[in-house]
Design a protein around this ligand. Structure first.
Ligand code: SAM
Ligand code: DTB
Ligand code: SF4
Length: 321
C-alpha cells in the first residue's frame, strides 16, 4: 500500500494517491487503529496543543476563494476592518495566553502583503513573542525578501494552506494557483520558518480530491510541522453557501489519514468545530488530531467556545500542551 511503509521516517517518503485512497477505504475501525498506532509512536495521545486566532485585517480581499467571507467579490455582509493597532493585538494576545493558548496566529485578508503593511506586522510578531507566545501569521502570498524579514522578526510559523487538490483548485479559486501557494511555502521553508499548511474539506469535493490533497501535503519535503484540516464553514453570500455538508465520519477519516501520512506533524482540528458534535470531535482526537484553535472566534466566524472545550477535555481526560 504505502510504497515506503518501512521507511516512513525517511525524508524522501512519498505517498501515491492510490496509497492514500486505500487508507480512506479501510474499514473505519482499522483506519482508526492505524492512526492511533502512528499517533502513539510519536506523540502523547492525550495532549492537545492550542493556538488562538485573531483577524488583524478583515475583509476587502481581492481574491475570489469561493469559501471565504473576506473576498470583496461576494456579498457576505462582513464589515471590513483595516489593520489593527499593535496595542489591540497585544491585548488579545495577552488574553489568549492567560486562557492557556501557546501560539497566537494573526491572519490578514490580503492577496499578498504590501511593503507598507509588512512593517507593522513585523512589530506585532516581535511584541507577541515577548509575551512568551509562539507566533504564526497568515498574510497571503509572499514576495521575495518578505519571508526573510518575517524570520528576522522571530516568526515561528507561517500558515499558507494548499486548500484543495490541483484537479479541483480551479473550481474554488481563479485569482491565484496552487503553484503560487507552493511557491510561498517554499520561500517560508527556505528561511527556516516552520510551515503550517493544510486544507479545507466539505467543499463538494470527491474523496479522491481529499486523497490528492493529503498526499500533496504529506509529500512536501519535509511535511508541514502543522497541518490544519478545516471543515468548510458555509458562509452566506459565497458560492459555497449551499454545498451539502460532509459526512462527519468522512471528516474523521480525513484526520486519520493525515495522521498516518504525516506522523510527526501536529494535525489541527481546525474550522468547523462549532458546528460539530462533541462526539465527532472526540473521534477526531481518537483519529490523531492533536491541535485546535482555542477561543471564541476563528477569523470572521464563531469557534467552539473555551468552556465547551474545557468541558470536553475534562470528559475525555485530555490535557492542554
Ligand atoms: N489571505 C490569506 C490566505 O488566503 O492564505 C490568509 C487568510 S485565509 C482566511 C486562511 C485560510 O482560512 C484559508 O486558506 C482557508 O483554508 C481557511 N478558510 C477561509 N475561509 C474558510 C471557511 N469558510 N471555512 C473553512 N476554512 C476557511
Ligand atoms: C486555517 O487553516 N484555518 C484558520 C487559519 N488557518 C487562519 C482560518 C479558518 C477560517 C474560518 C472561517 C472564518 O472564520 O472566516
Ligand atoms: Fe483572500 Fe485569503 Fe479569503 Fe482567499 S482565503 S479571499 S486570499 S482572505
Amino acid at each position: 500500500m504505502n510504497t515506503c511503509a518501512t521507511t516512513e521516517h525517511a525524508a524522501a517518503a512519498r505517498w501515491s494517491t492510490e496509497a492514500v485512497e486505500a487508507l480512506f477505504a479501510l474499514p473505519f475501525n482499522d483506519l482508526i487503529f492505524r492512526a492511533q498506532q502512528v499517533h502513539r509512536a510519536h506523540f502523547d495521545a492525550n495532549a492537545i496543543q492550542r493556538s488562538t486566532l485573531l483577524s488583524i485585517k478583515t475583509g476587502g480581499c481581492s481574491e475570489d476563494c469561493s469559501y471565504c467571507s473576506q473576498s470583496k467579490r461576494y456579498k457576505t455582509g462582513l464589515e471590513s476592518k483595516p489593520l489593527m493597532s499593535l496595542e489591540q493585538v497585544l491585548d488579545m494576545a495577552q488574553a489568549a495566553k492567560t486562557k492557556g493558548a501557546t501560539r497566537f496566529c494573526m491572519g490578514a485578508a490580503w492577496r499578498s502583503p504590501k511593503e507598507k503593511d509588512l512593517e507593522p506586522v513585523l512589530e506585532m510578531v516581535r511584541e507577541v513573542k515577548k509575551l512568551g507566545l509562539e507566533t504564526c501569521v497568515t498574510l497571503g502570498m509572499l514576495k521575495d525578501g518578505q519571508a526573510e524579514r518575517l524570520k528576522e522578526a522571530g516568526l515561528d510559523y507561517y500558515n499558507h494552506n494548499l486548500d484543495t487538490a490541483r484537479e479541483f483548485y480551479g473550481q474554488i479559486v481563479s485569482t491565484h494557483t496552487l503553484d503560487d501557494r507552493l511557491e510561498t511555502i517554499g520561500k517560508v521553508r527556505r528561511q527556516g520558518i516552520k510551515v503550517c499548511a493544510g486544507g479545507i474539506v466539505g467543499m463538494g469535493e470527491s474523496r479522491r480530491v481529499r486523497a490528492v490533497l493529503i498526499a500533496q501535503l504529506a509529500n512536501l519535503d519535509p511535511a508541514p510541522e502543522s497541518v490544519p484540516i478545516n471543515s468548510l464553514v458555509r458562509i452566506e453570500g459565497t458560492p459555497l453557501e449551499k454545498v451539502p455538508a460532509l459526512d462527519p465520519l468522512e471528516f474523521v477519516r480525513t484526520i486519520a489519514v493525515a495522521r498516518i501520512t504525516m506522523p510527526r506533524s501536529y494535525v489541527r482540528l481546525s474550522a468547523g468545530r462549532e458546528q460539530m458534535s462533541d462526539e465527532t470531535q472526540a473521534l477526531c482526537y481518537l483519529a490523531g488530531a492533536n491541535s485546535i484553535f482555542y477561543g471564541e472566534r476563528l477569523l470572521t466566524t464563531d469557534n467552539a467556545d473555551n468552556s465547551r472545550d474545557d468541558q470536553l477535555f475534562a470528559r475525555l481526560g485530555l490535557r492542554a500542551m
